[in-house]
Design a protein around this ligand. Structure first.
Ligand code: SF4
Length: 308
């Protein structure tokens, strides 16, 4: 806490100067040829523009980029979080809160030069960080653009803003690249993950990925202005009827990552995506005050006191 921003250097600079970043780019792009970059293990050749669940071939698709003022205080500060929203997703959440982007792929194919320009544009706009939203399926494409952005003068910390359905390989590829990991730990139970995310191996994969993220960057460190510099910021969306297992997730976080973990319990759930009066009716409502109070109590009972 309270580290000076002037003394901060983003992790990726050292990797770039040592030549390791160039090797990572090569390794990541090679992995596209037989894609197992997320726990779906599709094994399609994305270099040849084949695609599977994430509908993304050789190049990333970006739906929008802008200074975002809706993120946590420690990310948005006074000038915004430099957000780049990727289209498509490797999860199939039936309640997706960004359905048009993640399920319908709203956006434009973006080669690495353009992705690098977006990062530099956001830095020039005064943003405090570059915030990659839904990056799980485009790790190679982000890595490919990064050296171009660094050559253009990029110096902001990178935020990896993920649904936590990440492979170990992807998190390894990002080791020393990402400063702030922001995983959203969505669901605890495999059967619930099958029903609502279409990914029964989600809980296991998320636990493994989040532990790897924490090993790399540790607890969240803020600068003298309260802005995030490095570490894990864990998110969790509270859902109707506690289909997500908030109590189990919070107990796991406290036990495995420690009580100093920064947690944002999100309350904004609204019925969206495939949720309607006839499908997934049990979550066709907002959460109640009692449900939020109970989620908060679970967090406190686990001993987690830091958060937004
Ligand atoms: S990144 Fe996409 S193609 Fe690769 S394994 Fe995941 S869902 Fe499948």
């Amino acid at each position: 806490m309270g580290k000076k921003r002037s003394q901060f250097e983003p992790a990726y600079l050292r990797l770039y100067e040592s030549g390791e970043l160039a090797r990572r780019v090569e390794r990541a792009l090679a992995a596209l040829a037989d894609c197992a970059l997320c726990p779906r293990d599709c094994h399609v050749n994305r270099q040849a523009n084949e695609f599977a669940v994430c509908k993304t071939g050789r190049f990333a698709r970006v739906s929008s980029f802008f200074p975002h003022f809706g993120e946590e205080d420690c990310l948005r500060g006074w000038a915004g979080s430099g957000t780049i929203f990727f289209a498509w997703c490797n999860l199939r959440c039936v309640f997706c809160q960004n359905y048009d982007v993640s399920w319908q792929g709203e956006g434009r194919e973006t080669p690495p030069e353009e992705l690098a320009e977006m990062m530099l544009h956001l830095q020039a706009a005064g943003c405090h960080n570059i915030n990659f939203v839904t990056p799980e399926h485009v790790v190679p494409q982000i890595l490919e653009a990064l050296p171009l952005a660094i050559r253009g003068g990029l110096r902001l910390p990178l935020v990896y803003n993920t649904g936590a359905y990440d492979s170990e390989e992807s998190i390894e590829l990002m080791d020393g690249v990402v400063d702030i990991y922001m995983p959203d730990f969505k669901i605890w139970d495999a059967e619930m993950a099958r029903r609502y995310l279409k990914a029964p191996n989600y809980p296991q994969a998320a636990r493994r990925a989040i532990k790897a993220m924490h090993r790399q960057v540790g607890d969240l460190v803020l600068d003298e202005h309260g802005l995030a510099l490095r570490g894990v910021l864990l998110r969790h969306l509270v859902m109707p009827g506690d289909i997500v297992g908030t109590r189990e997730i919070m107990a796991w976080v406290a036990h495995e990552l420690g009580p100093n973990t920064f947690v944002n319990l999100m309350t904004q759930y609204r019925p969206a995506g495939k949720v309607s009066r006839t499908e997934y009716v049990e979550i066709n409502r907002r959460i109640t005050d009692e449900e939020f109070a109970s989620a908060l109590a679970s967090t406190q009972a686990a001993g987690l006191a830091r958060g937004a």
